[in-house]
Ligand binder design. Structure first.
Ligand SMILES: [Zn+2]
Length: 53
C-alpha cells in the first residue's frame, strides 16, 4: 500500500494532480472521501471515493 498514488482534480491547477497529506474522511451523507493537498500547488483538494467492496 506504500506507493498507492492518490490523484485528484485540482481546481487551481485545472489538472489532475497528485494528492499529498491524504486523510480519509466521511462526508455528511455518509460517503467516504479523501481530503488532501495538491502536490503541485499545495491548495486543499477533495476526492470523493467510490464505494467499492
Ligand atoms: Zn494544484
Amino acid at each position: 500500500m506504500s506507493d498507492d498514488q492518490v490523484t485528484g482534480w485540482c481546481m487551481k491547477c485545472k489538472a489532475t494532480c497528485p494528492m499529498v497529506d491524504t486523510t480519509e474522511v466521511k462526508m455528511k451523507n455518509g460517503r467516504p472521501a479523501m481530503k488532501g493537498s495538491c502536490g503541485t500547488c499545495g491548495c486543499g483538494m477533495y476526492k470523493i471515493l467510490s464505494t467499492k467492496k
